[in-house]
Ligand binder design. Structure first.
Ligand code: DGJ
Length: 711
């Protein structure tokens, strides 16, 4: 056994695996250079704390699975018991596999056991080529009686220089709202008991040095990749240790391991940066883009008809929408909720996945043919995990829902959750979706919705969220296997299922049901902390937002929707000719910029005026960039100062100009900055350190700038 040093990109992980106990993370953070054995030993020694008064006689060192037997009195890495026994462990190291290829991810697998407790644990630690760390524990019951697992969470240490915490919360139509506070003693615990990821789930929990921002500060962050009940936490002990961790949150009795059975934690993703939050996103985005299954074809500009027609499905009206969409440059047409049997509103029909014969007497094929005939791809909405009590499937199988015996969970949008842990329910849904796709090869995209929490979600009398989550993953995987060409969107009452486990089986997320461009700026900014723009659906909504009643001009709506997987959710058949022309220009602009937007590095500007937001995307060889500057509200200061444009090569010169092809936003100054008319040429260093003065925009307006290297 040894001290291991994993080094990838600019990140180091030093692991003291000399035993006899579980390995300890000596360092997770910036690269510590090429250390020989002596160097690693000295680094390890340097991080062992002294013994202090009124404490254990030996220093307490924190392992990746903290145990009381090693002197840990914070949140336990493992909580569980065997009918009152085996509740405390002292794992001993049995073996270590290390795989450190010259390129590719570095991997360590640690095997440890506690024969007295009858448990074996396997810990997998991977540092990918971009500096992204993942940790996963697997626990096996080697005893001869059942072991009830309450919690098993990987934990990573963070140094004391991290003094502030940032995480995200939210609700329907206000997903991923940041909250920030000093990191004090105690545990900041973000628990999600929604049975799904949740509108309030923190995509990342970030700890950082005082005042960290998008472009500065040292930051450590974790993400718990699980779509059921889960916990992500930051803990600071009065004894001096600080940790980040996360895992599943099983209900009492939910994870019971019979002899020989194992439990595997979700992956805990961990990422470090010394260039602020943008540095975190950079590592995460690069990791996601390198996945073999990452969508690589140009992301089709999408028309989703939900806010255009809601449940009012009429073939002629939908055809007219498709015609208009084609004229505007749309590439994918998605028929939303309302096409299946009995679904005239949201009170009935879920579960009856047959085309409604009354509304669609000739089936969906005439619409599919019309849409594809216009050169657009066809997509369809489904909500496979749900059932309305007012449906044929529920009437025939009232026992197919997740519930405790004798009562149904409180209704939510008039619906209940199908118990996909029951093979017959699972098979039914799989057969319906499979048949739908087989019978309609024109369906190339599913908008997979999930519109309620799992409440009192019992499966045969026991808690069922864990099993349901795994069954849902199986359903996605099986369907993808049978229909590999069909893309899937993860939607969940807007953005309530955004996590890296669901994204392992889907091609984008619907970030929110709120298409109000002002709200969306924030939702997209913070969703983008984890996800690159091509995975985030961003649609141009109607002039008056359906969810906030705010009115925005088209330029602001379109400039906001530009920076994602672009689309439209608006009754474009009823818009004016001028709106149609302008919308088509924005769609064309998106298509022109798409290769940059969907592959480049995302930067967000730390501007001192909270009413001015700027963000951009810079391509990887620093030759091109696009930035948007948005005014969110009025400011006390008349002019907010020059806006810096970071992320470019400091030594190259760039031409900066207002983006062409779309109308300029209205501004309130008598004469805009002189440079704007003809553009200007400045070095990347000057753009990042000085920036440019911009027109005094009206509140809720955006200006888009295009930047090209000139040498
Ligand atoms: C919730 C989704 O978030 C919406 O986009 C829409 O698909 C509705 N469900 C349909 O019921």
């Amino acid at each position: 056994m040894t001290i291991l040093h994993l080094r990838r990109a600019r990140t180091s992980l030093v692991l003291d695996a000399r035993g006899p106990g579980l390995p300890r993370v000596v360092h997770w953070g910036g690269d510590v250079g090429d250390l020989d054995d002596d160097g690693l030993r000295h680094l390890t020694d340097a991080t062992v704390p002294p013994v202090v008064p009124s404490s254990f006689d030996e220093p307490t060192v924190l392992s990746v699975l903290p145990e009381a037997s090693a002197g840990w009195s914070g949140r336990p890495g493992l909580a569980g018991h065997r009918d009152g026994a085996g509740w405390s462990t002292a794992f001993r190291l049995d073996g270590l596999d290390v795989d450190q290829p010259a390129d590719g991810p570095a991997r360590v697998t640690v095997r440890a056991s506690d024969p007295a407790a009858g448990l074996t644990v396997t810990i997998e630690i991977t540092l990918d080529p971009y500096g992204l760390l993942t940790v996963r524990h697997r626990l096996r019951n080697d005893g001869d009686s059942a072991y009830e697992l309450r919690e098993l969470t990987p934990v990573l240490p963070v140094p004391a220089v991290a003094t502030e915490l940032l995480d995200l919360t939210g609700r329907w139509c206000r997903e991923r709202s940041p909250q920030r506070h000093p990191w004090q003693h105690g545990a900041w615990v973000r628990e999600g008991r929604h049975g799904r990821t949740g509108h309030d789930a923190t995509l990342l929990l970030v700890a950082g040095t005082t005042g960290f921002g998008f472009g500065h500060g040292e930051v450590w962050a974790v993400h718990t990749a699980w779509s059921g009940d889960h916990v992500t936490f930051a803990e600071r002990r009065p004894t001096g240790e600080s940790t980040l961790g996360g895992g599943e949150l099983p209900a009492p009795g939910e994870v019971r391991l019979d002899p020989g059975e194992s439990y595997e934690t979700p992956l805990l993703y961990a990422v470090w940066s010394d260039t602020g939050l943008d540095g975190l996103s950079d590592v995460l985005h690069t990791h996601l883009r390198a996945r073999p299954g990452h969508p690589r074809s140009p992301r089709p500009v999408t028309l989703n008809v939900w806010e255009a027609v809601y449940f009012d499905h009429d073939l002629d009206r939908l055809r007219a929408l498709a015609d208009r969409a084609a004229q505007i440059g749309v590439e994918r047409f998605v028929l939303d909720d309302g096409w299946f049997r009995g679904r005239r509103d949201d009170t009935a029909g879920l579960g009856d996945w047959y085309v409604d014969e009354g509304v669609w007497p000739d089936g969906l094929q005439p619409l599919i043919d019309h849409v594809t005939g216009q050169g657009l791809q066809f997509g369809l909405w489904v909500e496979p995990e749900m059932v309305n009590p007012d449906s044929d499937v529920f009437r025939a199988h009232p026992d197919w829902v997740l519930a405790v015996p004798g009562r149904l969970p409180p209704a939510w949008r008039h619906q209940q959750v199908l118990d996909l842990g029951r093979p017959e329910a699972y098979d039914y849904v799989l057969e319906r979706l499979d048949t739908l796709l087989t019978d309609h090869p024109g369906i190339r995209y599913l908008k997979w919705d999930q519109n309620r929490d799992l409440t009192e979600a019992g499966h045969h009398g026991r808690p069922g969220v864990h099993g349901q989550t795994l069954a849902v993953y199986r359903l996605f995987d099986e369907l993808r296997n049978r229909h590999p060409g069909v893309e899937i969107e993860s939607c969940s009452s807007g953005g309530a299922r955004v996590d890296l486990a669901i994204l392992a089986r889907t091609d984008r997320v619907w970030a929110s049901d709120c298409n109000d461009a002002l709200e969306r700026l924030s939702i997209q900014r913070w969703t983008g902390l984890l996800l690159p723009p091509e995975l985030i659906g961003t649609h141009v909504g109607p002039e008056r937002s359906h969810t906030t009643n705010r009115v925005h001009d088209l330029g602001f709506r379109a400039a906001t929707a530009l920076f994602g997987h672009h689309g439209i959710e608006w009754d474009i058949a009823s818009i004016s000719a001028a709106e149609q022309t302008e919308l088509a220009a924005w769609v064309a602009l998106h298509k022109r910029l798409r290769p940059l937007l969907h592959a480049g590095r995302v930067v967000r500007v730390d501007h001192p005026d909270p009413a001015v937001w700027a963000h951009g995307v810079v391509d990887h060889d620093n030759t091109r960039a696009v930035y948007a500057v948005a005014r969110l509200a009025t400011s006390v200061t008349q002019l907010p100062g020059a806006v810096r444009l970071p992320g470019l090569d400091p030594g190259r010169r760039y031409r900066v100009r207002q983006v062409s092809g779309v109308p300029a936003p209205a501004s309130i100054d008598l004469s805009p900055p002189t440079w704007l008319a003809a553009g200007l040429t400045l070095s990347g260093a000057a753009l990042a350190r000085v920036g440019v003065q911009l027109p005094a925009l009206h509140p809720e307006q955006s200006l888009v700038l295009e930047v090209d290297a000139v040498d």
